[in-house]
Ligand binder design. Structure first.
Ligand SMILES: [Zn+2]
Length: 421
């Protein structure tokens, strides 16, 4: 049996409330527009101001990785088109029912009035965005809303961003833009675009909410409990730990580091291991992402053609390929830092577990499956020493963020984590 579209948003009750109100208001707006035709001039439906104010033409979904930004955008799109969300006023429980044909087709990506902008390369070009804006300006074919979902709004080029801004500033009456980005930082979404959007900030869901969700999708209670704890609210990370043995192995090797740090040599070896593992992870992921991108760009630019204008296209192409390679390189650096950061976060939680154990706290462990290691480390140090370890890890994260060479930052950290003799 299908469930309301909101149920896939784990631990986001506040956002669900906002989005559901918007969907109901949208239904009232549609009803109001149709009313005079049906009932004549008298008695247009009065839509309470607060109700119509709940709906707007541009939305920006932000939140930490794994919080479900694009899931939220799709849920709102489905609720806007939902066959059961008809006003005025619609039944709150029915907006986004998840079972009607409209909900189904939106979630399956086949609804004629809901389109997702998927970048072809690393960025969304002005040409792509103009094409989408033209589509968005058409009347919705099923009479409700034209919805454009831009899942990676942080990948809009400056030109694309400006073109989109114009459309958002003067939106066609029945057009809704749903943008998703990691944060509201100006590097992700321009300040002017952000200021024209209603912001939906998704939170990191609680460990319990993630565990319950995983159990509902078939995981055993034990597995759901430890991966939800270890992932600390990142649903994607929790799912990866459930099904990807490489991810579990990498985590295990990170968490075996603290009890191995008995000599300076062991500290340097641990640093090499951490930095090396992040590099390897990044290389694998980047190779997957990079492959085909340059070829796709060459194809898109018409490489290999012999017709008129080919020479000019080839000259322009060299610059664009160079630009693409530059972006791939900066992405590789980012992926490597993310992988290292992931390991540092796991380590910091390990010492936090040790500190809780050492101080006799009954708070649940983040790494319950590594309980023996946690206890061994906790007993080898005083609470003050454990706190110093946590400080060293946080200092390392900060240093890497501030562009200190990872090798140097991680070696300094590993030396500070060395177990007392
Ligand atoms: Zn529905």
């Amino acid at each position: 049996m299908s469930k309301p579209v909101w149920e896939s948003l784990v631990g986001q009750e506040h956002a669900i409330g906002v989005l559901r109100s918007a969907a109901l208001a949208a239904a009232a707006i549609v009803a109001r527009a149709e009313e005079p035709r049906e009932r004549g001039a008298d008695g247009p439906v009065q839509v309470a101001h607060s109700l119509s104010a709940a709906m707007t033409h541009a939305w920006l979904f932000t939140g930490p990785p794994g919080s479900g930004r694009s899931v939220a955008a799709r849920a709102l799109a489905a609720a806007l088109q939902c066959d059961r969300n008809v006003g005025p006023p619609a039944e709150p429980e029915l907006a986004g029912c998840g079972v009607c044909p409209a909900c189904h087709t939106v979630l399956a990506g086949t609804h004629p009035d809901v389109r997702a902008v998927i970048p072809e390369g690393l960025s969304i070009s002005v040409k792509e965005i103009r094409m989408w804006i033209t589509t968005a300006a058409r009347r919705p074919s099923l009479g409700r809303w034209q919805v454009i979902i831009i899942e990676d709004a942080d990948r809009l080029t400056e030109g694309a961003s400006n073109a989109l801004l114009k459309a958002i500033e003067e939106p066609p009456e029945r057009t809704v833009f749903l943008l998703c980005a990691p944060s509201t930082h100006p590097d992700d979404v321009s300040v002017t675009i952000r200021s024209r959007c209603r912001l939906v900030a998704l939170r990191t869901p609680s460990v319990d909410a993630v565990a319950a969700h995983l159990r509902e999708s078939g995981a055993s209670a034990d597995d759901a409990a430890w991966v939800a704890a270890a992932a600390q609210g990142h649903i994607g990370r929790a799912r990866r730990l459930l099904r990807d043995s490489d991810a579990r192995d990498r985590r295990d090797s990170v968490l075996s580091i603290p009890s191995s740090l008995r000599s300076m040599a062991a500290c340097f070896a641990a640093a090499d291991q951490l930095v090396g593992a992040a590099k390897r992870d990044a290389a694998v992921l980047s190779a997957e992402l990079d492959s085909g991108e340059v070829d796709a760009l060459r194809q898109a630019l018409g490489a290999g053609g012999t017709g008129k204008g080919t020479a000019a296209a080839t000259r322009g192409m060299a610059g664009q390929v160079k630009d693409l390679e530059k972006r791939q390189k900066s992405r590789a650096t980012r992926v490597e830092r993310d992988a290292l950061d992931r390991a540092l976060v796991d380590l910091a939680w390990f010492y936090r577990d040790a500190l809780l154990y050492r101080t006799g706290s009954s708070v649940a462990l983040v790494h319950p499956d590594r309980r023996d290691d946690v206890i061994a480390t906790a007993l080898a140090m005083s609470p003050a020493q454990i706190l110093k370890c946590i400080d060293a890890i946080l200092a390392c994260q900060l240093a890497v963020e501030q562009n200190v060479k990872p090798q140097i930052a991680v070696e300094a950290m590993a030396a500070a984590l060395r177990l007392p003799a």
